[in-house]
Design a protein around this ligand. Structure first.
Ligand SMILES: Cc1cc2nc3c(=O)[nH]c(=O)nc-3n(C[C@H](O)[C@H](O)[C@H](O)COP(=O)(O)OP(=O)(O)OC[C@H]3O[C@@H](n4cnc5c(N)ncnc54)[C@H](O)[C@@H]3O)c2cc1C
Length: 499
């Protein structure tokens, strides 16, 4: 068993996943988190009135194999419910559904796609051709290198309807960026891994408990293995002497020493903590200064009655992209009841309550609306945003027209994810650094994945693998992708053989 100590700075998914993997491997792990709760950008907290909300609905997909492994380690897999059917509503509220058929990939979605009302025949034909190009190349179609997703879609002669009502709908919410600012490789990967290579890749997993509840198992596991987690414990400096990490200097001036350190904080925070020479022009981490972020806005409505039957709904032709029926999604789960967590105050996050009148009765419903790449909403007032969303709800959920809004809240995450701009990967650093006992984790490090929980966990596992390797325990923690099936398996093999 190793006797080394590892300091993990940051209790988001990157920090937690590296910490639990190293604790399980026998390291003495100490995790320092600035905020009062775990989970970082994927967390929940208590509003001043006592209701517990996720900072934003987080969903996983069947293709997120490392996140699934992480939840398994925490004992939280049972708190994620998977849904096989996706529901869509157009401007008039007309519904379409998509789900897998027994056909082998990549044809498993074809029957419900053919019946999808919101697209014309010409839209469907152009989409089918682009999908075929992705599938036949094993996820590596031509003309994608260095291109934006929009450029690639134009090169694939996609109709305006296909771009607006299909590609944009899926990709802006998956990648939190407009198509013109998205690297085509990221967009194509979403379809290859999620919809084309394996019949389970597209299944949507949604936590049935508040996000912060998922991480309790992580805390217990680390403590049970002799580790320690300190909350409200901000690090202001990562000290490096003679090319070695020596200590983390806390906001109160005290120091924490360890044999090795994994810095799992947001990339802009890391720039402030590192010795200047590492992050300045010409330094090994200079690229971090070029990574831009994009915003996500969530709008929370508490109605006095039932207004929605589906568990969730994807909207076409609206500013609102998703509606989650939180009451239904958490039905039958054990939650904390809502008032034990500290109230949230965070930089870059704005939250506010309006229109509070009376408590919801047992028939009331809590809905959460999500808008990714919400650049246009950032400067707008909460009241304006609530009004806009209320009108859009009336289009697709007629029962909201007569229902009373008991309470509404807007949460703007201004720096929600890093922007998957064309060629952003050249700015993303590896998990190992030029300092042999200093490692990096975070969704922004090199993982091949966009800014997602899966990307964060991959980075945590890669950082933990690097620590293990440094101390002579070369072990693989990273989980393989879902294997391609059916024709996709055949085409992926052919594409690999072609090199
Ligand atoms: C609104 C929103 C919606 C999203 N929706 C989805 C989704 O549906 N599906 C999905 O897969 N992904 C989603 N994401 C992305 C996902 O949340 C992130 O990719 C992931 O959580 C990033 O994890 P991380 O550990 O890399 O970073 P973070 O979660 O940012 O963790 C960094 C941690 O470091 C801590 N820290 C900061 N400064 C210090 C300091 N000085 N000292 C100590 N600790 C410090 C922070 O408090 C934080 O806990 C969403 C993100 C947002 C914001």
């Amino acid at each position: 068993m190793p006797s080394q100590s590892v300091l993990v700075i940051g209790g988001g998914l990157a920090g937690l996943s590296s910490a639990i993997a190293l604790a399980e491997a026998g390291f003495r792990v100490q995790l320092l988190e600035k905020r009062p709760h775990l989970g970082g950008r994927a967390t929940s907290y208590t509003l001043p009135d006592g209701s517990e909300v996720d900072n934003c609905q987080h969903v996983t997909l069947g293709c997120c194999t490392n996140l699934a492994d992480f939840y398994r380690r925490l004992g939280a897999s049972g708190k994620i419910r998977f849904y096989d059917r996706l529901y869509f509503a157009d401007a008039e509220g007309r519904r379409s559904e998509i789900q897998a058929s027994p056909l082998p990939p990549p044809l498993h979605m074809a029957p419900s796609f053919l019946l999808f009302d919101a697209l014309t025949l010409a839209d469907k034909r152009s989409i089918a051709e682009a999908m075929l190009a992705i599938a036949r190349s094993g996820g590596n179609p031509p003309r994608a290198d260095g291109a934006s997703m929009l450029d690639w879609l134009h090169a694939m002669q996609q109709t305006p309807g296909a771009i607006e009502r299909f590609w944009r709908v899926v990709l802006v919410s998956a990648l939190d960026e407009e198509l013109a600012r998205t690297d085509a490789r990221y967009g194509i990967e979403v379809f290859w891994k999620g919809f084309l290579s394996n019949a389970r890749g597209y299944r949507i997993g949604i936590p049935s408990v508040p996000l912060a509840d998922l991480y309790e198992g992580c805390r217990k596991e680390i403590v049970a293995r002799g580790g320690d987690l300190r909350m409200r414990c901000g690090v202001r400096e990562i000290r490096v002497r003679n090319e070695r990490f020596t200590a983390a200097v806390l906001d109160d001036g005290s120091e924490v020493e360890a044999d090795a350190c994994i810095a799992a904080v947001p990339h802009d925070v890391l720039l402030e903590q590192l010795p200047g020479a590492m992050a300045e022009t010409g330094g090994p981490l200079e690229g971090l200064r070029h990574i831009r972020t994009s915003p996500i806005t969530s709008v929370h409505f508490w109605f006095d009655r039932t207004v929605m039957t589906e568990p969730f709904l994807t909207l076409l032709d609206h500013t609102t992209q998703w509606i989650f029926n939180k009451t239904r999604l958490s039905a039958g789960s054990e939650t904390n009841g809502g008032s034990t967590r500290p109230t949230e105050h965070r930089e870059g996050v704005e939250a506010g309550d309006v229109s509070r009148t009376e408590a919801a009765d047992s028939e009331g419903q809590y809905l959460q609306l999500v808008i990714s790449a919400s650049y246009d909403l950032v400067p707008r007032s909460r009241l304006e945003i609530i009004e806009l969303c209320r009108c859009e709800l009336a289009d697709v959920l007629p029962a909201t027209r007569d229902a009373k809004v008991l309470k509404a809240t807007v949460i703007k995450e201004v720096n929600a994810t890093f922007s998957p701009e064309p060629e952003v990967d050249r700015w993303r650093p590896e998990q190992v650094t030029s300092i042999p006992n200093l490692f990096l984790a975070g969704d922004w490090t090199q993982t091949g994945w966009p800014s997602t929980m899966e990307g964060a966990v991959r980075s945590g596992y890669l950082a933990a693998e690097a620590v293990l390797s440094r101390y002579g325990q070369a072990t693989s923690l990273l989980q393989p992708d879902l294997s391609p099936e059916g024709l996709s398996k055949f085409w992926a093999k052919q594409s690999r053989a072609r090199g």
